[in-house]
Design a protein around this ligand. Sequence first.
Ligand SMILES: [Zn+2]
Length: 117
Amino acid sequence: MDMYVGACFYCGQTSGIPGQYKSQEEADKAATKSCGCYEARMDRAAEAGRNKLRGLLAYQPQAVVDTLIGVLNMIAACMMASATVQLDGRTKVKIKADSKGYVVVQKVTTTVEQEVV
Ligand SMILES: [Zn+2]
């Protein structure tokens, strides 16, 4: 049996028990998933953020979801600090990276109740 040892895609740190994985790719993926380096953590945060966005934007057109996921990926890659997108008259989505290396996804819906008497 082959003894693949996984290495993090970002920092190269090895982890896992040799012989646990069927391929080098599988071993590397597992090592990246459990690595504590900033890039690996940001990668996981981006994945969680993408899932969160898909849930929040369930009723939006696919093109809107794809665009905002693209924005989130850029924020996770530190190419942008934050973005706020107004979806309609009362709904906006904010995406930002916080100082601890987390990606924050926020959907703000404004409800105004007004009565003219
Ligand atoms: Zn790493």
